[in-house]
Write a protein that binds this ligand. Sequence first.
Ligand SMILES: [Zn+2]
Length: 323
Amino acid sequence: MVAAAIMVLALAAATPALARPLALRGGFWPEPRPRPPRLAIPLPRPRPAEASVKEDHSSDDKPAAEQGAPAPSPPSACRLALTEAIAIAPSIPAISGPGGCGGDDLVRLEAVVLADKRQVAVKPAAILRCTMAAAVADWIRSDMAPFAQNLGTTLSDLENFDSFECRGRNRVSGAKLSEHGRANAIDIRALKFANGQSLSLTDRSAAPEQRETVLHSVCARFTTVLGPGSDWYHEDHIHLDLAERRGGYRICQWNVYDSMPAVAPLLPAARPEEAPPREVAAKPAVAAKPAAARPDAAEPKAEAPVPGPKRRPTKKRRRAGAF
Ligand SMILES: [Zn+2]
């Protein structure tokens, strides 16, 4: 009997699959306890992304007010150089916009101060990186002030069409971030003078040689210059920026168009009465003339070019990658 019981136990231990039916039938095997229902164990919330960036826990004990504000960075070399003797350009807080928009070391360029202390107002004031504001100030002081002086006047205003704006190039959404989005560009339309005159940079009726002077000046100073003829986004203003490109590559695309003709379209002058008959392709009337009267009649003669209306320059739609 004992041996039989041992056998049963040994069988049950060797084959667990048999154990339960035996136990159920036999009644001596303990009933398996019903399992408690599975409860959802609350898990700790995932650590926020910004928390993982901060590895330094040394400041955890400090009050919240002390943790929030980072220490102000010392003024940049540009900021130190752009004094009120050069420009009225107060610093403004850094901008951190979507998609990399904004930047730090920003200023609001309100006016450029000339050597004689006169101010050239930037209207409206332009939000620019300090380096771009300094480049604009240097351009006005070194090139445009003497240019105005040569015209017998002084510069009074710089007409700002656009400066910082968080947008893609040419206002195309999804396009690469414009230099305007980095506060590294300004669009200008005109220079205004103290004598009440102004030079509208894209106006065909404005003196072309004056516009060319401005063209040569800006293309020597800025790494991107886009105006009429670059693409059809820049027909009414000049874009200037300081984009840095590989190999120091620069873009200078601004066609200074000649003034519009006074009478348009330009037609050829009327043919005078006494003019000899036009030599045209052989017609019966011409062929009837005696050959002796026209020794060169046997040879085909190139037809004189007939003056036609002046062709306007073809507008090239280059992909300037603008701006
Ligand atoms: Zn622009």
